[in-house]
Ligand binder design. Structure first.
Ligand SMILES: [Mn+2]
Length: 205
């Protein structure tokens, strides 16, 4: 049961964004305080599988409805989905008051071990260290995983480091990376009641 009002009721941390270009048409809804429910349709099955894992393990509610020029390839869909998801993250964290700001996780999945570290600092920065053993993972070009996360990082203005510490199987590696990012982002966007205002000596992020 959601409450609309109430003096001590925390703000709703949700976003809904539609972005339409000549290449793609993407709508994302995101609730940072969700339970991991998702409904995702990008037209690329493996990409949907990754985004469903991201929602489930970050305990975000996430819907993504995307259509676009998949007859060209998956590049525009992966990149633009990253742009819109990043915008939704930025909108949902709003002024960043009371949140932890930093988050990190090291997530194992069988042979794969993925590290993710996030700072919602307002300054986009991106580091990515991973080479997938196969060019394709299902219907997703493995190069597009970097493109997706790069787009998320700059459009949410976050510092994002992703490193594959070990791995043999591309499916496991990609999935470990998406889940590690989810857990790190859940930590960074999570509230800590000890934090008064914004967690920065500058007073803003
Ligand atoms: Mn899987």
């Amino acid at each position: 049961m959601e409450q609309e009002t109430g003096g001590c009721q925390p703000l709703k941390r949700k976003a809904s964004i539609t972005r339409t270009t000549k290449e793609t048409d993407i709508t994302v809804t995101l609730n940072l305080d969700g339970t991991g429910m998702s409904d995702i349709h990008t037209g690329i099955g493996f990409f949907d599988h990754m985004l469903e894992g991201f929602a489930r393990h970050g305990l975000f509610d996430l819907t993504i409805q995307g259509s676009g020029d998949l007859h060209v390839d998956g590049h525009h869909m992966a990149e633009d989905t990253g742009i819109v998801l990043g915008q939704a993250i930025a909108q949902a964290v709003s002024d960043k008051k009371g949140i932890r700001r930093y988050g990190y996780f090291i997530l194992p999945m069988d042979d794969a071990l993925a590290l993710s570290a996030v700072d919602l600092c307002g300054r986009p920065y991106f580091e990515f260290e991973c080479s997938f053993p196969t060019p394709m993972i299902g219907g997703l070009d493995s190069q597009l995983i970097r493109e997706f996360f790069y787009a998320v990082s700059y459009s949410a203005a976050m510092n994002l480091h992703l490193k594959m510490l070990s791995g043999l199987n591309s499916h496991h590696m990609a999935e470990a990376m998406f889940k590690a990012f989810a857990k790190a982002l859940d930590m960074a966007t999570g509230r800590d009641e000890r934090i008064d205002g914004v967690l920065s000596t500058k007073g803003s992020l």
